[in-house]
Design a protein around this ligand. Sequence first.
Ligand code: GTP
Ligand code: MN
Ligand code: MN
Length: 610
Amino acid sequence: MTAPAVIAGLDQHPTSHPRLLAWVRQIAELTTPDSIVWCDGSEDEWTRLTAELVTAGSLVRLDPVKRPNSFWARTDPSDVARVEERTFICSVDEADCGPTNNWMAPSEMKQLMTELYRGCMRGRTMYVIPFCMGPLDAENPMFGVEITDSAYVVASMRIMTRMGTNVLEAMGETADFVPALHSVGAPLEPGQADVPWPCSTTKYISHFPETREIWSFGSGYGGNSLLGKKCYSLRIASVMGRDEGWLAEHMLILKLTNPAGKVHYIAAAFPSACGKTNLAMLEPTIPGWKVETLGDDIAWMRFGDDGRLYAVNPEYGLFGVAPGTDWKTNPNAMRTLAAGNSLFTNVARTDDNDIWWEGMGEPPAHLTDWHGDDWTPDSDQVSSHPNSRFCAPITQCPILAPEYDDPRGVPISAILFGGRRKTTIPLVSQSRDWVHGVFQGATLSSETTAAAVGQVGVVRRDPMAMLPFIGYHAGDYFRHWIAMGKGVDGNADKLPSIFYVNWFRRGDDGRFLWPGFGENSRVLKWVVERLEGEGGAIETPVGFVPRAQDLDLTGLDVPTADIELALEVRPDEWTAEIPQITEWFDKFGDKLPAVLWSELDALKARLNVT
Ligand code: GTP
Ligand code: MN
Ligand code: MN
């Protein structure tokens, strides 16, 4: 039995916000940490915490010249990705959770997790992180406070969010905030040595949509532990958006300027590890076109007074898939990382204290792999986990658009949905109208990736790339999307046009038919041409699709036959898709908006499927 806890710092706090103080005290008394630290977000704090993590063996400092102020982390091999099976939406009514989420009654989950949290921070420090998703000078700043017993989480939150003293000050004594509780779930007995990556075999990532609370237990991995990201900015925020008439989406935001200087802002939703970070930082291969970055993972979209849909990136950092990132595929990510101040998790480390991962040119003769073992090019395993990640400040991105910090956001001209499909889905198609675009989004499909625990490469429906992130019933979510299409005050014509892309279609021998990455600028050009009533297209059963000659392919070294295959709409493939869509829609029963059934009927009619 442990003695009644004496918690250092319990009575010293840099705020007098009553609700916040009461919550912190309640959690401290439940979890009994050794001490409490209120995070100020300073450089000193970062330096102290990273030094402590280095001493503890949780981080390794990388070469100060090549990777200034940057660190290498390895997780426990069991704690490498989001855990969808362990993610719960604890709505009061099960019908508000829906068939695509796991549900448990809030009282039951709270009872269960309270017992897990009891004493769970023993021997550890409890950190209190005040943070704000989106600009702090927004009309209604979106506050959160994360309590965590992981210094790695504090360091990562400092990169990924606006956090610290200025947030706490802006909260004053009355601001509303999302309480987000996190523990690695690994208490230490007196004298017990810590491990480099503490975590628990019991994991819960729980959301209470009505009370806007997040309770996470057992995992240190980013998507499960940096609670401002998926948990707040997608699952909880999607519920806020449903209630208040806006959208919280798994979307990048980019600014595209054509050679004449005309600007369009584009948002794009692709499932995890399907190309958002890469597209957001794209370096166009066509002359005169310019891409600037606003966000690479999450967009909050609200109507402006002018009836257009404005997007804000709630995050402040990039948490990107490492493997495949290279000077050829994503030079702007490489430049962002070269500026330092970054955390690398589950990549490989070189003998001269740099990092390396698959896809980054020729492998060195020797590496320390993500397990901490020796690795050589003869090794039969990859050196970096397929879901290894870099975490870097977005302000270091050399092509960051100046308006990334504008609390009003940027007006979106086009929304792209995209998935990873070897077959069926053409390189790009334009929807016929908003409802057809919502149909494309609602039936979006993709092969699973390493970003979530589970089998890789299985085709599943991933509506709007939000399958793991919708904080309520997906049928209601589709209804909300349809309702957004009414616009405000008859301004429906100002809505973005919706497109569906697939960079991942393959030929018979498995080769990618489209070269992707920077060459995707050619598709963006066509999108803009369509917006401006120019680009050519043929009307197919699945929307407007360019012919090869409608795309600017100047200087592209790819056989036209491959481009044609990438663009092909094959009736046989689409006919095979119909029963899958029907089965998918059937899941939602009465909650599926009738207009989506009508869209499916119209598609069947166009395909001559009965
Ligand atoms: P999350 O951050 O998990 O939400 O994923 P993301 O959508 O940001 O994915 P990211 O841009 O990091 O891409 C992940 C994988 O897709 C990497 O292996 C990339 O190399 C690959 N990829 C990205 N863009 C393209 C492309 O245009 N073509 C091909 N073939 N692969 C791509
Ligand atoms: Mn993501
Ligand atoms: Mn990404």
